[in-house]
Design a binder for this molecule. Structure first.
Ligand code: GRF
Length: 208
């Protein structure tokens, strides 16, 4: 069993999908807390309803990113979190947290990285950019988090065809369905299979 902390800023549908897989015994993990920067996040309601300890920690309450990072580490240590799972978390993870949880922070991005990622590329902005580009496929990327937005080692990807999508809303819907499949499956693999990281590549032991 691994202790995981979920970070979410909004709706929390990925958090919910992961939690449901855990409850069904499909991922050997315990959600030790939900951390949000946003007091209005819907994800908090889900945590309350499921008796998961929740913490609202807005970065702007701290004078520096470093102090913000220290507070996050205090809570993570107190809750005994071993992994951090970002599920629609919009703030930058401070460097001290990235260092302490090296290769144990996971994020999901609603496009096929390294395209359509980076600072400011989140939510509908991603799907709008994909739509405008004329790309015929988009998809989902699960990656480990380093100190740069959306640039950490890629763990898993799933492509979706956009042939039947008439606008960014339809892309968002199709991609979200794929997210709810790929994130729980990939998390299970990360928690149960040994892996190493070489450059930006993740190498699972079973593939060696
Ligand atoms: C998802 O599209 C995810 O890829 C991105 O933010 C969105 C969060 O959605 N990082 P939800 O809050 O999990 O419903």
């Amino acid at each position: 069993m691994r202790n995981i902390a979920i970070f979410a800023s909004g709706r929390g549908s990925n958090f919910k999908a992961i939690f449901q897989h855990i409850q069904r015994g499909e991922i050997p993990a315990t959600v030790v807390c939900l951390i949000s920067d946003n007091p209005g996040a819907k994800a908090l309601d889900f945590a309350v309803a499921n008796r998961i300890p929740q913490f609202v920690i807005p970065p702007k309450a701290f004078a520096t990113p470093r102090e913000f990072g220290r507070e996050l580490l205090n809570v993570l240590t107190r809750q005994r979190a071993e992994w951090i799972v970002l599920a629609g978390y919009l703030k930058k993870i401070p460097d001290e947290v990235v260092r302490r949880y090296r290769n144990r922070i996971v994020n999901i991005h609603p496009a096929l990285l390294p395209a359509f990622g980076g600072k400011g590329m989140y939510g509908m902005r991603v799907h709008q950019a994909v739509f405008n580009s004329g790309a015929r496929i988009s998809g989902v990327t699960v990656h480990l988090v380093n100190s740069e937005y959306d640039a950490g080692p890629i763990v898993a990807q799933e492509a979706v065809s956009l042939e039947d999508c008439a606008g960014p809303e339809q892309i968002a819907e199709k991609v979200l369905e794929a997210e709810h499949r790929l994130y729980p499956r990939t998390l299970k693999k990360l928690l149960t299979t040994g892996f190493s990281v070489m450059g930006n590549r993740v190498i699972f032991e079973e593939n060696k």
